[in-house]
Design a binder for this molecule. Structure first.
Ligand SMILES: *Cc1c(COP(=O)(O)O)cnc(C)c1O
Length: 237
């Protein structure tokens, strides 16, 4: 009991601090702070940790494993907005459609088609973000910039999916200039796609605990912050 109380206080303090940092970063960049939305990445942390953040008004949470998400959904308020942020395997697509309001990691036409069909069957219309590999790192998932046009065009034909925008991951501990290039690169790609295809891609999901301020400078509308709110994860995903 005492442990839970201490954890709750700690999370509340960290959350308040991160929200302040986000607003400050947005203002410094000459942006409206309300444009930047915080996704609290709660993977590996128990439902009590999520409940503690939720009690402070945080309602967007990010998870990267469907099974874990499913267990948490059962135990937590229905008003939570769940973001699936991890790489999605085709065989998990059905549960993703059932559970997530946003799916951040769509990176192939095959997955798009599957999600579209499953969404139709489930009577849902999930919001999706296309994951783009701006850094060109081999180990990362995501489509390449040159394939992005094709993937966006495919997404636009999926009637049961709402194309919300683009997402990227920067390499772990990349230097600051590289981070500016990657996050700025995603924004420029978004602008290009909007002009070239005459569409709107309102959301840019980029930035984590160590680099969200740079991402905000470069135009992030969703930042995905875990460690800085909940603490270090005891196992890595
Ligand atoms: C875990 C994770 C995050 C959060 O990372 P932190 O460094 O803990 O803030 C953000 N995005 C994705 C895709 C993740 O898997």
């Amino acid at each position: 009991m005492r442990f839970v109380a201490a954890m709750t206080t700690h999370i509340a303090e960290q959350l308040t601090e991160i929200i302040t940092c986000i607003r400050t970063a947005a203002e410094k960049a000459g942006r409206n702070p309300d444009e930047v939305k915080l996704i609290a990445v709660s993977k590996t942390f128990p439902p009590e940790a999520i409940a503690a953040a939720y009690a402070c008004g945080q309602f967007r949470f990010g998870e990267n494993r469907l099974q874990e998400l499913e267990e948490k959904v059962k135990k937590l308020p229905e008003t939570i907005e769940w973001h699936l942020i991890g790489h999605l395997q085709s065989n998990k697509a059905q549960r993703a459609v059932q559970l997530a309001t946003y799916i951040h990691s769509v990176d192939s036409e095959k997955l798009l088609r599957r999600l579209d069909r499953l969404a139709m069957e489930a009577g849902k219309k999930p919001k999706i973000l296309l994951e783009i590999n701006i850094s060109g790192e081999e180990s990362k998932f995501g489509t390449t910039e040159s394939d992005a046009v094709k993937l966006v065009q495919a997404a636009l034909t999926c009637e049961h999916l709402e194309l919300a925008g683009l997402m990227t991951m920067a390499p772990y501990e990349a230097p600051e200039t590289a981070l500016h290039n990657i996050f700025g690169g995603l924004r420029r790609l978004r602008d290009y796609l909007e002009n070239h295809l005459q569409i709107k891609l309102p959301e840019l999901s980029m930035g984590m605990s160590s680099d969200f301020e740079i991402a905000i400078q470069e135009g992030a509308t969703f930042v995905r912050v875990g460690t800085a709110i909940f603490g270090k994860r005891t196992y890595n995903l």
